[in-house]
Design a protein around this ligand. Sequence first.
Ligand code: UDP
Length: 246
Amino acid sequence: MLEKVEHRLITEDGRRIDGRALDEMRPVRIEAGVLDRSDGSAYIEMGKTKIYAAVYGPKEAHPRHLAQPHKAILNCRYHMAAFSVEGRKAPGMTRREIELSKVIREALESIVILEEFPRSAIDIFIEVIQADAGTRTAGLTAASLALADAGIPILDLCAGIAVGKVEGRIVLDPSEEEDKRGEADMPVAMAPRLGSIVLLQLNGRMTSSEFTEALNLAKKGIGVLYELQRKALGKKFATFTPAGEE
Ligand code: UDP
Protein backbone atom coordinates (compact mmCIF):
# COMPACT_ATOMS: atom_id res chain seq x y z
CA MET A 1 0.00 0.00 0.00
CA LEU A 2 1.26 3.49 -0.88
CA GLU A 3 1.94 5.68 2.15
CA LYS A 4 0.67 9.27 1.96
CA VAL A 5 3.70 11.60 1.85
CA GLU A 6 3.00 14.88 3.64
CA HIS A 7 4.65 17.99 2.24
CA ARG A 8 7.14 19.94 4.32
CA LEU A 9 5.81 22.88 6.30
CA ILE A 10 9.02 24.92 6.14
CA THR A 11 11.17 25.19 3.03
CA GLU A 12 14.97 25.07 2.88
CA ASP A 13 15.11 28.88 2.81
CA GLY A 14 12.94 29.25 5.92
CA ARG A 15 9.59 30.04 4.27
CA ARG A 16 6.27 28.63 5.42
CA ILE A 17 3.65 26.94 3.21
CA ASP A 18 1.77 30.21 2.76
CA GLY A 19 5.00 32.04 1.92
CA ARG A 20 5.40 33.78 5.27
CA ALA A 21 8.67 34.21 7.12
CA LEU A 22 8.90 32.46 10.50
CA ASP A 23 8.27 35.69 12.43
CA GLU A 24 5.53 37.00 10.14
CA MET A 25 1.87 37.10 11.13
CA ARG A 26 -0.97 36.70 8.65
CA PRO A 27 -2.60 39.80 7.13
CA VAL A 28 -4.63 41.44 9.91
CA ARG A 29 -7.72 43.61 9.80
CA ILE A 30 -9.19 45.07 13.00
CA GLU A 31 -12.27 47.29 13.21
CA ALA A 32 -14.27 48.74 16.11
CA GLY A 33 -17.98 49.56 16.22
CA VAL A 34 -19.09 47.25 13.43
CA LEU A 35 -22.50 46.17 14.81
CA ASP A 36 -25.42 48.53 15.47
CA ARG A 37 -27.42 46.55 18.02
CA SER A 38 -24.79 45.95 20.68
CA ASP A 39 -23.26 48.49 23.09
CA GLY A 40 -19.80 47.82 21.72
CA SER A 41 -18.39 45.61 18.99
CA ALA A 42 -15.31 44.69 17.00
CA TYR A 43 -14.24 42.57 14.05
CA ILE A 44 -10.92 40.85 13.54
CA GLU A 45 -9.50 38.99 10.58
CA MET A 46 -6.18 37.18 10.80
CA GLY A 47 -5.69 35.46 7.48
CA LYS A 48 -8.67 33.16 7.08
CA THR A 49 -9.73 33.45 10.74
CA LYS A 50 -12.70 35.83 10.99
CA ILE A 51 -14.39 36.79 14.26
CA TYR A 52 -16.96 39.24 15.61
CA ALA A 53 -17.18 40.31 19.25
CA ALA A 54 -20.16 42.10 20.78
CA VAL A 55 -20.64 43.59 24.25
CA TYR A 56 -23.90 44.30 26.08
CA GLY A 57 -24.00 46.22 29.31
CA PRO A 58 -23.31 47.05 32.01
CA LYS A 59 -26.87 46.10 32.89
CA GLU A 60 -28.66 44.65 35.91
CA ALA A 61 -27.33 41.17 36.70
CA HIS A 62 -29.78 38.28 36.14
CA PRO A 63 -30.59 36.07 37.92
CA ARG A 64 -30.37 38.53 40.83
CA HIS A 65 -28.64 36.09 43.22
CA LEU A 66 -25.59 36.12 40.92
CA ALA A 67 -25.12 39.89 41.40
CA GLN A 68 -22.01 40.92 43.33
CA PRO A 69 -22.49 43.80 45.80
CA HIS A 70 -19.14 45.45 45.05
CA LYS A 71 -18.51 44.73 41.38
CA ALA A 72 -19.92 43.74 38.03
CA ILE A 73 -19.84 40.15 36.79
CA LEU A 74 -18.46 39.38 33.37
CA ASN A 75 -20.22 36.76 31.25
CA CYS A 76 -18.36 35.53 28.20
CA ARG A 77 -19.43 33.19 25.42
CA TYR A 78 -16.94 32.04 22.82
CA HIS A 79 -18.81 30.23 20.05
CA MET A 80 -17.94 28.83 16.65
CA ALA A 81 -20.56 29.06 13.90
CA ALA A 82 -21.60 25.68 12.46
CA PHE A 83 -20.10 26.74 9.10
CA SER A 84 -16.83 28.11 10.54
CA VAL A 85 -14.84 24.86 10.29
CA GLU A 86 -14.29 22.20 7.69
CA GLY A 87 -17.16 19.76 8.08
CA ARG A 88 -20.14 21.18 9.92
CA LYS A 89 -19.70 21.79 13.65
CA ALA A 90 -22.58 20.95 16.00
CA PRO A 91 -24.31 24.29 16.61
CA GLY A 92 -24.43 24.02 20.42
CA MET A 93 -21.64 24.78 22.90
CA THR A 94 -18.97 22.05 22.98
CA ARG A 95 -16.70 21.34 25.96
CA ARG A 96 -13.90 23.17 24.15
CA GLU A 97 -16.05 26.29 23.66
CA ILE A 98 -17.13 26.26 27.33
CA GLU A 99 -13.49 26.03 28.42
CA LEU A 100 -12.35 28.76 26.03
CA SER A 101 -15.19 31.04 27.22
CA LYS A 102 -13.80 30.68 30.75
CA VAL A 103 -10.18 31.26 29.76
CA ILE A 104 -11.12 34.39 27.77
CA ARG A 105 -13.36 35.69 30.58
CA GLU A 106 -10.54 35.32 33.09
CA ALA A 107 -8.19 37.23 30.78
CA LEU A 108 -10.71 40.05 30.38
CA GLU A 109 -11.35 40.22 34.14
CA SER A 110 -7.80 41.47 34.56
CA ILE A 111 -8.41 44.56 32.39
CA VAL A 112 -12.02 45.60 33.14
CA ILE A 113 -12.58 47.87 36.17
CA LEU A 114 -15.46 45.78 37.48
CA GLU A 115 -15.76 47.76 40.74
CA GLU A 116 -17.25 50.67 38.77
CA PHE A 117 -20.51 48.76 38.29
CA PRO A 118 -21.69 46.96 41.46
CA ARG A 119 -24.63 44.53 41.05
CA SER A 120 -24.29 44.67 37.24
CA ALA A 121 -23.40 42.27 34.46
CA ILE A 122 -21.44 42.77 31.27
CA ASP A 123 -22.09 40.19 28.53
CA ILE A 124 -19.46 39.46 25.89
CA PHE A 125 -20.21 37.35 22.82
CA ILE A 126 -17.45 36.08 20.57
CA GLU A 127 -18.66 34.52 17.31
CA VAL A 128 -16.12 32.72 15.19
CA ILE A 129 -17.39 33.04 11.62
CA GLN A 130 -14.46 31.26 9.99
CA ALA A 131 -11.72 29.36 11.82
CA ASP A 132 -8.17 28.76 10.68
CA ALA A 133 -6.36 28.53 14.05
CA GLY A 134 -5.66 31.27 16.56
CA THR A 135 -9.33 31.86 17.32
CA ARG A 136 -9.06 32.11 21.11
CA THR A 137 -6.42 34.84 20.92
CA ALA A 138 -8.06 36.69 18.01
CA GLY A 139 -11.42 36.41 19.83
CA LEU A 140 -9.90 37.89 22.98
CA THR A 141 -8.28 40.71 20.96
CA ALA A 142 -11.67 41.56 19.42
CA ALA A 143 -13.49 41.27 22.76
CA SER A 144 -11.14 43.70 24.49
CA LEU A 145 -11.66 46.20 21.66
CA ALA A 146 -15.44 45.72 21.85
CA LEU A 147 -15.30 46.52 25.60
CA ALA A 148 -13.41 49.75 24.87
CA ASP A 149 -15.87 50.52 22.07
CA ALA A 150 -18.73 50.11 24.57
CA GLY A 151 -17.07 52.77 26.74
CA ILE A 152 -16.52 50.33 29.60
CA PRO A 153 -13.62 51.49 31.78
CA ILE A 154 -10.59 49.28 31.28
CA LEU A 155 -7.06 49.48 32.64
CA ASP A 156 -5.60 48.60 29.24
CA LEU A 157 -6.52 46.86 26.02
CA CYS A 158 -5.30 43.30 25.69
CA ALA A 159 -4.25 41.50 22.54
CA GLY A 160 -3.25 37.92 21.85
CA ILE A 161 -1.57 35.75 19.28
CA ALA A 162 -0.37 32.16 19.11
CA VAL A 163 3.18 31.03 18.52
CA GLY A 164 4.05 27.53 17.46
CA LYS A 165 6.88 25.08 16.96
CA VAL A 166 6.87 23.64 13.47
CA GLU A 167 9.57 21.27 12.22
CA GLY A 168 11.79 22.44 15.06
CA ARG A 169 11.37 26.17 14.32
CA ILE A 170 9.47 28.75 16.36
CA VAL A 171 6.82 30.48 14.22
CA LEU A 172 4.45 33.37 14.76
CA ASP A 173 0.68 33.01 14.27
CA PRO A 174 0.42 29.38 13.05
CA SER A 175 -2.23 28.52 10.47
CA GLU A 176 -4.50 25.52 11.08
CA GLU A 177 -2.26 23.17 9.10
CA GLU A 178 0.83 24.32 11.07
CA ASP A 179 -1.13 24.01 14.31
CA LYS A 180 -2.32 20.49 13.50
CA ARG A 181 0.99 19.14 12.17
CA GLY A 182 3.36 21.17 14.35
CA GLU A 183 5.05 20.06 17.58
CA ALA A 184 3.72 22.82 19.83
CA ASP A 185 1.11 25.57 19.96
CA MET A 186 1.25 28.39 22.51
CA PRO A 187 -1.48 31.03 22.63
CA VAL A 188 -0.37 34.16 24.52
CA ALA A 189 -2.21 37.37 25.39
CA MET A 190 -0.91 40.47 27.11
CA ALA A 191 -2.05 43.84 28.36
CA PRO A 192 1.08 45.64 27.16
CA ARG A 193 0.80 48.89 29.13
CA LEU A 194 0.09 46.99 32.34
CA GLY A 195 3.00 44.69 31.54
CA SER A 196 0.77 41.67 32.27
CA ILE A 197 0.39 38.30 30.63
CA VAL A 198 -3.36 37.65 30.77
CA LEU A 199 -3.42 34.29 28.95
CA LEU A 200 -0.73 31.70 28.37
CA GLN A 201 -1.27 28.08 27.34
CA LEU A 202 1.10 25.53 25.89
CA ASN A 203 0.16 22.39 24.02
CA GLY A 204 3.13 20.26 23.08
CA ARG A 205 6.76 20.54 24.10
CA MET A 206 9.41 23.24 23.95
CA THR A 207 12.80 23.60 25.57
CA SER A 208 13.14 26.54 27.94
CA SER A 209 15.15 28.51 25.38
CA GLU A 210 12.50 27.81 22.72
CA PHE A 211 9.87 28.95 25.22
CA THR A 212 11.71 32.26 25.76
CA GLU A 213 12.07 32.72 22.01
CA ALA A 214 8.36 31.96 21.53
CA LEU A 215 7.31 34.38 24.27
CA ASN A 216 9.43 37.16 22.75
CA LEU A 217 7.97 36.48 19.33
CA ALA A 218 4.44 36.59 20.76
CA LYS A 219 5.27 39.90 22.43
CA LYS A 220 6.34 41.32 19.08
CA GLY A 221 3.08 40.21 17.41
CA ILE A 222 1.01 41.53 20.32
CA GLY A 223 2.71 44.94 19.96
CA VAL A 224 1.54 45.11 16.34
CA LEU A 225 -2.03 44.03 17.22
CA TYR A 226 -2.17 46.54 20.10
CA GLU A 227 -1.31 49.40 17.73
CA LEU A 228 -3.99 48.21 15.28
CA GLN A 229 -6.54 48.09 18.12
CA ARG A 230 -5.68 51.66 19.11
CA LYS A 231 -5.92 52.81 15.50
CA ALA A 232 -9.33 51.12 15.11
CA LEU A 233 -10.61 52.92 18.22
CA GLY A 234 -9.16 56.23 17.01
CA LYS A 235 -10.88 55.76 13.64
CA LYS A 236 -14.22 54.87 15.22
CA PHE A 237 -14.26 57.81 17.60
CA ALA A 238 -12.88 60.30 15.08
CA THR A 239 -15.95 59.62 12.95
CA PHE A 240 -18.38 59.44 15.87
CA THR A 241 -21.24 61.94 15.68
CA PRO A 242 -23.19 62.54 18.90
CA ALA A 243 -26.93 61.69 18.72
CA GLY A 244 -28.96 64.61 17.40
CA GLU A 245 -26.02 66.12 15.52
CA GLU A 246 -26.13 63.79 12.51
N1 UDP B 1 -10.97 23.50 14.75
C1 UDP B 1 -11.89 22.80 13.98
N2 UDP B 1 -12.99 22.27 14.61
C2 UDP B 1 -13.22 22.39 15.96
C3 UDP B 1 -12.27 23.09 16.72
C4 UDP B 1 -11.17 23.63 16.09
O1 UDP B 1 -11.73 22.69 12.77
O2 UDP B 1 -14.23 21.90 16.47
C5 UDP B 1 -9.82 24.11 14.06
C6 UDP B 1 -10.04 25.60 13.89
O3 UDP B 1 -9.45 26.06 12.69
C7 UDP B 1 -9.27 26.16 15.06
C8 UDP B 1 -8.07 25.21 15.04
O4 UDP B 1 -8.63 23.94 14.80
O5 UDP B 1 -8.95 27.50 14.88
C9 UDP B 1 -7.24 25.21 16.28
O6 UDP B 1 -8.05 24.96 17.38
P1 UDP B 1 -7.53 25.17 18.85
O7 UDP B 1 -8.41 24.36 19.76
O8 UDP B 1 -6.06 24.98 18.92
O9 UDP B 1 -7.89 26.72 19.17
P2 UDP B 1 -7.45 28.08 18.47
O10 UDP B 1 -6.09 27.88 17.83
O11 UDP B 1 -8.49 28.38 17.44
O12 UDP B 1 -7.42 29.07 19.56
